[in-house]
Design a protein around this ligand. Structure first.
Ligand code: MG
Length: 411
């Protein structure tokens, strides 16, 4: 270590070459950014992507966007920011264990929900219907619009000018929509880091929706106990749980369940890779996907589009037994939590708010701020309105709705 002062970017890149699996993404081999920039002295390209995402305005707004509950109701439930942080932590654990690029998996996961509308999937479904004749609305596409176009922090480009690898992860599998700047190429598989981000998202929401559902009283332990994953998590801990408070037993069981999913994913993926190791990331990307993965939705609070079949999975995945258990848990949550009458009442209200706002702005664009109207010429009026509504937090959307529709509310 003589002469050592600090770790430079070159040193990180060298460490990645030596330490990561041959099929991992390496910052030093990145396909780069759409607008070329000089590299940073002591951060890799993916670390820099991560930092740009964390400093984005859309990232800060996640704090006031709903997962399942409207954020005002209780300070203990997850919002999209805490969901994102929990998902990023899961992604880092998986990526690190599999000798993948932790920085890239983290950057993709931190960005994965940026494009969510207020009120989660309920808001998204309405905006999609409102935009039916104008190319539709999808939160993954919106995440990419945010990082490519809508963030406005740099003099030389719009958006965050992220690397192709991070954009590939944010894009997920959808590219059947117009995007004003070149999309990353769609290959048979995306990087394993992108696949890790999808699974980390799913593990995080299964874990915390179970927790929030039980905490809220909408779910009961006696109901959840019927699922295989809960039973096996409970059995693992049972001998040590004697005499503990119910809340502690519940927390430990939910923890064991999440830990079990992560452990199985790591072991099954490493079995798959050992059985048929790719020579490189380029080799892996050309391999035809082998199974369906977590896809993107239905997540939290969604009553719409419950029939999606996933598109990704690919190399990263669960063992057949845990995959069955996971599917059972997802349908359990759909039926008993996301479609709980109390949740559906909130979903309906959210749909009315988002739909009313869209129609009000379309009917009278003068209700919009000037910076939104200034974007009409470039984006087209409907897309500029959709971008504006999608960017709102739950709180802002509710206030704005009140201002526009309640005659007693101040303007
Ligand atoms: Mg998510």
């Amino acid at each position: 270590m003589s002469g050592f002062r600090y770790r430079t970017r070159e040193r990180y890149e060298q460490e990645e070459r030596e330490r990561l699996a041959p099929w991992a993404a390496r910052a030093g081999d990145s396909a780069g950014r759409l607008v070329p920039e000089p590299e940073h002295a002591y951060r890799t390209a993916f670390q820099r992507d991560r930092d740009r995402i964390v400093h984005a305005r859309a990232f800060r707004r996640l704090e006031f966007k709903t997962q399942v509950f409207v954020y005002l109701e209780n300070d203990h439930y997850r919002n999209r920011l805490t969901h994102t942080i929990e998902a990023a932590q899961v992604a880092r654990t998986i990526a690190r264990a599999l000798c993948l690029n932790e920085d890239l998996a983290e950057a993709i996961t931190l960005a994965h929900d940026l494009g969510h509308t207020p009120f989660g999937h309920a808001g998204e479904a309405v905006l999609d219907r409102c935009m039916e004749e104008h190319g539709g609305f999808d939160h993954n596409r919106q995440s990419l619009r945010i990082v490519d176009l809508l963030e406005n922090r740099y003099p030389d480009f719009s958006g965050l000018n992220l690397t192709e690898e991070t954009r590939e992860g944010i894009l997920k599998h959808g590219a059947a929509w117009p995007h004003p700047i070149p999309l990353p190429p769609l290959r048979p598989q995306r990087s394993l880091e992108a696949q890790v981000a999808d699974h980390a998202d799913e593990i995080a929401y299964l874990h915390h929706d179970l927790d929030d559902g039980l905490r809220s009283g909408l779910l009961s332990v006696s109901l959840v106990e019927t699922t295989a994953l809960w039973k096996s998590a409970r059995a693992q801990r049972a001998s040590r749980d004697a005499g503990m408070a119910d809340a502690v037993v519940r927390a430990r069981t939910i923890g064991a369940l999440g830990d079990g999913l992560i452990g199985d994913l790591i072991e099954e993926t490493s079995r798959r890779l050992a059985a048929n190791p790719p020579a490189s990331l380029a080799d892996l990307r050309q391999r035809t996907a082998r199974s369906s993965g977590p896809g993107h939705g239905p997540e939290n609070g969604s009553s719409a589009d419950l029939s999606f079949s996933g598109g990704g999975g690919e190399t990263i995945g669960f063992s057949p037994e845990i995959d069955r258990g996971k599917r059972e848990l997802k349908s359990f949550l759909s039926e008993n939590f996301y479609r709980h009458p109390d949740v559906l009442r909130r979903v309906r209200k959210a749909e009315w708010i988002v739909g009313d706002l869209f129609r009000a702005y379309r009917d009278d664009p003068n209700l919009l701020p000037t910076d939104v109207r200034a974007r009409f010429a470039r984006e087209g009026e409907p897309r500029a309105v959709a971008d504006y509504i999608a960017g709102m937090t739950d709180r802002f959307a509710m206030d704005e709705h009140k201002k526009l529709f309640d005659p007693h509310a101040p303007i």
